[in-house]
Design a protein around this ligand. Structure first.
Ligand SMILES: CC(C)(COP(=O)(O)OP(=O)(O)OC[C@H]1O[C@@H](n2cnc3c(N)ncnc32)[C@H](O)[C@@H]1OP(=O)(O)O)[C@@H](O)C(=O)NCCC(=O)NCCS
Length: 108
């Protein structure tokens, strides 16, 4: 596997703790929560993340979601900003990882 994106419906204002045991999707989900996106180092810079996100966006469109929430780590804020994500709050994720909660509303 060279890359993956993992996302699921969630409540727009709520951040999932890192070790959260997601048993079921909440009935009142209002956004897609992008839990993780990763591309193996040697496959980066070829548009793979871009294609994964385009697929996710079209899947979300078909499900009727236009709001997205994520926690950006590893200085990835500029990457997400390219897609229109905006920083809502800064936080510490897990034990000590500096992170930013970012959100996006896509209009299509
Ligand atoms: C961030 C990551 C997923 C990008 O994957 P990728 O396949 O190299 O990205 P792409 O080639 O599809 O690039 C898509 C666009 O983002 C840009 N981009 C890629 N990495 C970037 C970064 N770190 N910062 C800013 N822009 C970035 C690319 O230049 C491209 O923009 P362009 O179309 O205007 O040229 C990959 O570097 C990664 O797995 N990083 C480690 C894990 C991580 O940080 N995940 C996100 C944490 S929430």
């Amino acid at each position: 596997m060279a890359a993956y994106v993992f996302s699921h419906p969630w409540r727009a204002d709520e951040i999932l703790p890192l070790d959260f045991d997601l048993k079921q999707v909440p009935g009142e989900a209002t956004c897609l929560y992008i839990h993780d996106l990763a591309v193996l180092q040697r496959f980066r810079g070829r548009g793979i993340a871009d294609r994964l996100l385009e697929n996710l966006f079209s899947l979300a469109d078909s499900l009727g979601y236009r709001d997205y929430t994520l926690v950006a780590v590893q200085d990835s804020e500029p990457f997400w900003a390219k897609y229109g994500f905006q920083i809502k709050t800064r936080l510490t994720y897990g034990a000590s990882t500096p992170a930013s909660k970012m959100t996006l509303t896509r209009h299509h």
